[in-house]
Design a protein around this ligand. Structure first.
Ligand SMILES: NC(=O)c1ccc[n+]([C@@H]2O[C@H](COP(=O)([O-])OP(=O)(O)OC[C@H]3O[C@@H](n4cnc5c(N)ncnc54)[C@H](O)[C@@H]3O)[C@@H](O)[C@H]2O)c1
Ligand SMILES: Nc1nc(=O)c(N)c(NC[C@H](O)[C@H](O)[C@H](O)COP(=O)(O)O)[nH]1
Length: 219
């Protein structure tokens, strides 16, 4: 499986503010670029922290991209995937509407009642990991249902875990020309952080987009 992480940060590396509310870092051109990566993916993954903070829809905005997928025999939108160890996704979350298939990656510890509620709300559950979602196991299960190109849109906890598990193939990072600040604001890679064996990336491309910079890395 090819795993492509895409995110937008401020110049000081923050994904959003200390309030953890969505901050528009990208401009129109960058959001169009994000839409094109989604269109070229079989599935788009976020963590439940992002679902709770942003309530994203994770579908395609541009009708021509939907039409292109149809021409290729693909579903209108990529599948949506949420890493949600304890099945905390709200049943009225936008990712649970019927615009696309939605997989919830949960752990063995996820409460039975929540599992039933989320299945009734339309989610397909994938159990991987004892207390926390195991990405290596979950990604094998996703491959079994045909996910070969996975886009990851955050947030910082999930992105750190994926680097920690050595599962990231490609990173596109839009750095918007703004400062967010705050020691408690989420960054590109949170989690416990590395103290040695830091993942080293290979810079493939640098491009000016909107009023910021797009960095592309092979990982
Ligand atoms: N600027 C951007 O590109 C961008 C993108 C996405 C999110 N955000 C922002 O990031 C914040 C949310 O990020 P976050 O880091 O709080 O949450 P997150 O989206 O990374 O979700 C973290 C949660 O995922 C679950 N999870 C399950 N298995 C896991 C595993 N193996 N490793 C890590 N987490 C696992 C856990 O419940 C954990 O709390 C919000 O403020 C949102 O606005 C910004
Ligand atoms: N590329 C990018 N630039 C940003 O400035 C920003 N705030 C996000 N944030 C990612 C997060 O997951 C958003 O919630 C979804 O990008 C919204 O997705 P929808 O439009 O609801 O499909 N992503």
């Amino acid at each position: 499986m090819h795993v492509h992480v895409n995110a937008a940060t401020s110049v000081d590396g923050k994904l959003s503010s200390r309030r953890r509310e969505q901050v528009m870092i990208s401009g129109d051109d960058d959001f169009e670029r994000v839409d094109r990566i989604r269109a070229a993916s079989d599935a788009v993954l976020v963590g439940v922290g992002t679902v709770l903070a942003d309530d994203p829809h994770l579908t395609l905005d541009a009708e021509e991209l939907v039409a292109e997928r149809a021409e290729n025999g693909d579903s209108a939108h990529p599948a949506r995937v949420v890493a949600d160890s304890r099945a905390r996704t709200p049943t009225d979350a936008r990712i649970l509407d019927d615009a696309a298939t939605t997989y919830l990656l949960i752990s063995e510890d996820a409460p039975e009642a929540r599992r039933r509620e989320l299945e009734a709300a339309g989610a397909t559950l994938v159990v991987a990991g004892a207390e926390r979602v195991s990405f290596p196991a979950a990604f094998e299960a996703l491959e079994d249902v045909g996910v070969e190109r996975l886009m990851v849109e955050g947030g910082g906890e999930v992105i750190f875990s994926l680097f920690d598990d050595d599962l990231v193939d490609e990173l596109t990072l839009y750095v918007g020309s703004m400062v967010i600040g705050g020691r408690d604001a989420p960054t590109l890679a949170d989690g416990d952080g590395f103290v040695s064996d830091f993942p080293r990336l290979s810079l493939r491309d640098v491009e000016r987009v909107d009023d910021g910079v797009l960095l592309t890395y092979d990982c």
